[in-house]
Design a protein around this ligand. Sequence first.
Ligand SMILES: CC(C)(COP(=O)(O)OP(=O)(O)OC[C@H]1O[C@@H](n2cnc3c(N)ncnc32)[C@H](O)[C@@H]1OP(=O)(O)O)[C@@H](O)C(=O)NCCC(=O)NCCS
Length: 183
Amino acid sequence: MPAYPVDLTETWDGAGETLTVRPIRAEDAPALDAFFHRLTPEDIRLRFFAAVRELSPALLGRLTRLDYNRDMAFVAVREATTQIGDGDIVGVARLVHGYSPGEAEFAVVVQPDVKGHGLGVHLMRRVLEWGWRHGVRRVVGEILTENTPMLELARFLGFQFHHLPGEAGIIAAELDAPALAAA
Ligand SMILES: CC(C)(COP(=O)(O)OP(=O)(O)OC[C@H]1O[C@@H](n2cnc3c(N)ncnc32)[C@H](O)[C@@H]1OP(=O)(O)O)[C@@H](O)C(=O)NCCC(=O)NCCS
């Protein structure tokens, strides 16, 4: 397993406060669980396509213990005022290698109090840039047709959309690597 890519850490000031944006790590499991419990049932349904009540330890492990050669997730952290390192996760975007070579699937969620400030776009851009530099040629995902904010965000980032046969409530979104990255 590759080392923790600490060089990908940055600070981001878009939401009227300074957040640390960095790759997720195994020690984030408790903070990710606490973040999950700050989401609304509606946000959880839009993200997981189901009324997920708990993140199992196994799922938390899969979401935080990554092979950074294959997958990536960036978290936005509101650092604790006391000491660095045990802040609150307020947003996460991830890219997971798919079944088809060069294809990866995205997911993104930010907590209610930081919505509408560009954090969703910023976290998505970080994982997309990482993807293009790590052999990803196409990023895909499924979005519920009722999920206007995510459809707008994806449109904003240049994703193309198409309907899935027999899946009225879901839209497939895909984005190909920019020409330079694809060269
Ligand atoms: C979708 C989501 C990640 C957007 O995060 P966000 O930080 O609020 O988004 P941003 O501020 O970066 O918004 C970027 C763009 O997305 C679009 N957007 C975001 N919120 C929007 C809204 N309520 N209505 C319309 N467009 C919206 C806009 O184009 C926006 O650009 P703008 O600032 O010009 O309006 C957030 O609403 C969320 O976590 N939703 C629940 C989980 C979810 O749906 N995940 C995606 C599953 S596929």
